[in-house]
Design a binder for this molecule. Structure first.
Ligand code: F6R
Length: 614
């Protein structure tokens, strides 16, 4: 979601701030801004649009070695310059950048306005600037005036919601105050220069020595390092860590877009996810990060899988794998719904929180709810050291490598692969013989090459692009493991190309969505060779009978190709691993349709890469 970067020390701030914003832009990109302490005041720049538009306005040689910056994904208030961060207090002496949401903004704003404060934006974040300013000026006798840390702490004690903030004071141009509650922040420790960012990715060019802030903490950062406090008082002992496995900025390489690059990285990414984890000799798998012995696996009563968006569809695949192969009851749930229904958490169940970014607020909320209720939850996460990975403590890294395009592709595949590995481990302990296990291991290990082979010759995707570019609506259908694949295909086409799509389990189509079909309506049916294929084909016929034209994603060599108006074959694998193949044409369809329609493929409108608000 929004990105924060800040620096304090003796070197020029502007290059660090702009470089950091560029690295964080994939998180949110509707406007950007920065503030630098210089000449006894604060110099502020804000622009609607991309970081490059902000950079074009800011003199590279602007003096000042202390500053804060922000790239925004709008929550409160439209995308305007006035709503871009930093936000200032009434006299322009305090600047705040904020990720998260202030839930009691309405009441606080009304109170401040009644006291004569004039608001310049529609954002919730501006409330923070005015509140901090009041305490800083000594409005509360219990809070020492002119004390930046005390003012921030006092302000945060009256707000409700989530925040990662960085605050710059014109009267203390040698420090930055930061605070975290539900929105990640990491402090970087350099030599005579310190840094702050919402994502370690923005810091690695400068330092690998970092302190992750925890919820409820306030940090005072200067050139020499960081001092951390609890928001309610008391000093925190900082745990300085060394960033080992943080991705650099790899760029697009030879590809025109990050999304296409990431689609093509899937064979290597899958290899990384599987290597060292499947044990061919015993037909099983080992996931050290889960720290589960066979005895623990034997005690498991059920498996719950939680995620949002693409991760949720991967969870749906995972749940079916676990039930089908390991015969353990398993359920996928949308993480953003989970904690609001006061769920019953079985202490003998294992929950998996599935997330590429590891920062999705709803998934993190679900993790906390499970923990509060005494359940066991582990992460299936891509970003090492992310909030979900840290909150869970134990888990599986999916090892996709950096996924920087907003639309998730290779992370979906690696989530599915990681859950397939987990399933093998569980199934071997319960249902599978060594011989059966070895067959599955062999098939799973063959998948990366099959993906490579398909991507080298993906079939008539461009014909399908022509069908969908002008369509009023595209219907995606699949059954069993192919139902979540169909849903993922629809999500991808909607978010990258802005084409309205509906995805349905194929058998449900006749219970309603069939009413939408007209002559030439495009329908995309996912039907690999599995035990449900023939049933899906009946639904395909129902579509054709209404004049719809049907594209069929099917297993290579399957005679059903002739039933469709357009056939897109994918290499054969075990039906259980078919989602790793059938999703590929759908990813390419979204990419190429976005391209044909002139969309901003890597930065689709209204979206952000990691969704750190509820
Ligand atoms: C779709 C997409 C989103 C994410 C969702 C969860 O392409 O990227 O639907 O899948 O926001 O994100 P993570 O996996 O980071 O928790």
């Amino acid at each position: 979601m929004c990105g924060i970067v800040a620096t304090v020390g003796h070197s020029p701030a502007i290059p660090v701030l702009l470089d950091g914003l560029r690295r964080l832009e994939y998180r949110g990109y509707d406007s950007a801004g920065l503030a630098v302490a210089r000449d006894g005041g604060l110099t502020v720049y804000r622009r609607v649009g991309r970081v490059r538009e902000l950079a074009a306005q800011v003199p590279e040689d602007l003096s000042g070695s202390v500053g804060i910056a922000h790239t925004r994904w709008a929550t409160h208030g439209e995308v305007t310059e006035a709503n871009a961060h930093p936000h200032l207090d009434g006299v322009g002496r305090i600047a705040v950048v904020h990720n998260g949401i202030i839930e009691n903004m309405g009441a606080l704003k009304a109170r401040l306005q009644a006291d004569g404060v004039v608001f310049r934006s529609e954002t919730d974040s501006e409330v923070l600037a005015h509140l901090i300013s009041r305490y800083f000026e000594g409005s509360d006798p219990a809070v020492p005036a002119d004390d930046p840390v005390a003012a921030v702490r006092a302000a945060l004690r009256v707000v409700r919601g989530t925040w990662g903030i960085a605050v710059l004071f014109a009267d203390h141009p040698d420090l930055i105050v930061a605070a975290r509650n539900g929105s990640p922040l990491v402090v970087g420790l350099g030599d005579g220069q310190s840094y702050l960012a919402s994502d370690p990715h923005a810091l690695v060019a400068y330092t690998r020595r970092v302190v992750f802030l925890d919820d409820g903490e306030v940090a005072c950062i200067d050139a020499n390092g960081v001092q951390t406090f609890h928001v309610d008082g008391g000093v925190v002992d900082n745990n300085v860590e060394t960033l080992e496995d943080v991705w650099g900025d790899e760029g697009r390489g030879a590809y025109p877009h990050l999304m296409l690059k990431e689609i093509h990285e899937q064979p290597e990414a899958l290899d990384r996810c599987l290597s060292g984890r499947v044990v061919p000799e015993n037909g099983t798998a080992k996931l050290g990060g889960l720290d589960l012995e066979p005895r623990d696996l034997a005690r498991l009563t059920r498996v719950g899988l939680l995620g949002c968006g693409t991760a949720y569809f991967a969870c749906q695949v995972g749940a079916q794998l676990v039930e089908q192969l390991a015969r353990v009851p398993a359920k996928a749930e949308i993480a953003s719904e989970f904690r609001h229904r006061n769920p019953v958490v079985d202490p003998d169940a294992l929950f998996l929180a599935v997330s590429q970014s590891g920062e999705t607020a709803d998934t993190l909320g679900a993790v906390r709810e499970i923990q509060v209720k005494g359940g066991t939850v582990m992460g299936v996460v891509n970003v090492v050291g992310s909030s979900i990975a840290r909150a869970c403590g134990r888990g599986v890294y999916i090892h996709s490598g950096p996924e920087m395009a907003v639309a998730s592709t290779k992370a979906f595949s690696n989530m599915v692969a990681a859950m397939a590995v987990f399933t093998l481990m569980l199934a071997r302990q319960r249902t599978l013989s060594a011989h059966e296990g070895r067959q599955y291991v062999e098939e799973l290990r063959a998948v990366p090459d099959l993906v490579r082979r398909y991507l080298a010759d993906p079939g008539p995707i461009d014909t399908l692009v022509k069908w969908v570019t002008d369509a009023r609506m595209v219907l995606f259908l699949g059954r069993g493991l192919s139902a979540p694949v169909a849903a993922e295909g629809a999500l991808k086409l909607m978010e990258v190309a802005y084409v309205p799509c509906i995805a349905y389990p194929a058998g449900e189509m006749k219970h309603g969505p069939i009413a939408l079909l007209e002559r030439q309506s495009p329908v995309i049916v996912v039907a690999p060779r599995d035990e449900l294929r023939d049933k899906t084909l009946s639904n395909l016929q129902e579509c054709k009978a209404r004049g719809a034209r049907v594209a069929l994603i099917h297993t290579e060599g399957d005679e059903i190709a002739d039933l469709a108006d357009l056939s897109i074959p994918v290499p054969a694998t075990s039906p259980l691993f078919s989602p790793l193949l059938t999703v590929l044409p759908l990813q390419l369809l979204a990419y190429r349709t976005g391209l044909a329609l002139g969309r901003d493929i890597d930065r689709p409108r209204n979206l952000a890469k990691s969704v750190t608000v509820e």
